[in-house]
Design a protein around this ligand. Structure first.
Ligand code: ZN
Length: 273
């Protein structure tokens, strides 16, 4: 098991390559910092065949625990000619989000996810989710952050000279362009969630609060464009403190706590949320 620490303390280095919330000068300081994320590699539990994040493990620690299969078992870890390396950005986003969440809310996430998977299997359906697939408002909420993390990661790798606001703005504009950069990424299953119309309004390709691609577009492209990507990501990550686990509750939180009421309402109309 490897333990990572995450924090937004002002003393952290914030370079482009710094570990998600920055990097402390030495490993010892990183190790003791709260909150933490645990990683099990390689995970040998064959009952669950793919990578996943355990939100609130009762054994060992109460940190979110990322389970990664051996690289030969899940080629998404390092990628191959036919598979993009989506695993780290995807699962790490889940883990970071969960690490910042109070333990009772994390336990609720775990229970709700298990309930969803169990109901799918009981109904003879695979427990899969996908950008354009309708699942539930809860699953779509949880997964939309990881769509953002995957895409922002790949986009920033494609644009090594962009940093800060320039990188964030370029990402939003590109994701809403007629020919987004990531659609050409080899072996990445890409789906454009929406594009800019003639009046600079967004025309969505996906809609509905139970569709993760629609929530991704609504929060991390549309709402981010009306505010900033930092605001959108920050509000999403901090919303766990208020037990927000779907778009409806997120909208109420934004209306109650920020001055972005008109933005979030317009977003909800566009994406039919
Ligand atoms: Zn996921």
């Amino acid at each position: 098991m490897i333990l990572f620490s995450v924090s937004s303390a002002p003393t952290l280095c914030r370079g482009r390559r710094a570990f998600p919330f920055g990097r402390l000068p030495n490993v010892g300081e990183m190790f003791i910092r709260q909150p933490r994320i645990g990683v099990v590699y390689p995970d040998r539990n064959n009952a669950i065949p793919l990578a996943y994040v355990e939100p609130a493990p009762v054994s060992l620690t109460t940190f979110p625990l990322v389970h990664l299969k051996h690289k030969d078992q899940d080629t998404r870890l390092f990628g191959t000619a036919s598979t993009a390396a989506t695993l780290i950005p995807h699962e790490l986003a889940h883990a970071l989000y969960l690490a910042l969440m109070p333990l009772p809310t994390r336990a609720s996430v775990e229970a709700q996810y298990i309930a969803w998977i169990t109901a799918r299997v009981a109904g003879g359906l695979p427990p899969f989710h996908n950008t354009g697939l309708a699942t539930t408002p809860f699953v779509a909420w949880i997964e939309c952050l990881s769509i953002f993390a995957e895409r922002f990661y790949f986009f920033s790798r494609q644009q090594p000279n962009l940093t800060g606001d320039n990188l964030r703005l370029a990402f939003i504009n590109d994701e809403l362009a007629a020919a987004p950069l990531l659609q050409n990424l080899p072996s990445y299953q890409y789906k454009s969630v929406g594009r800019l119309g003639p009046n600079q309004n967004i025309v969505p390709n996906l809609v509905g609060e139970n569709v993760e691609g629609a929530l991704y577009g609504a929060i991390f492209l549309d709402f981010a464009r009306r505010t900033t990507l930092r605001d959108a990501v920050g509000l999403y990550l901090n919303s766990g403190d208020d037990n927000v686990l779907n778009f409806d509750d997120f909208r109420n939180l934004v209306i109650n706590d920020t001055g972005f009421d008109a933005s979030i309402q317009a977003v909800a109309v566009t994406w039919q949320l």
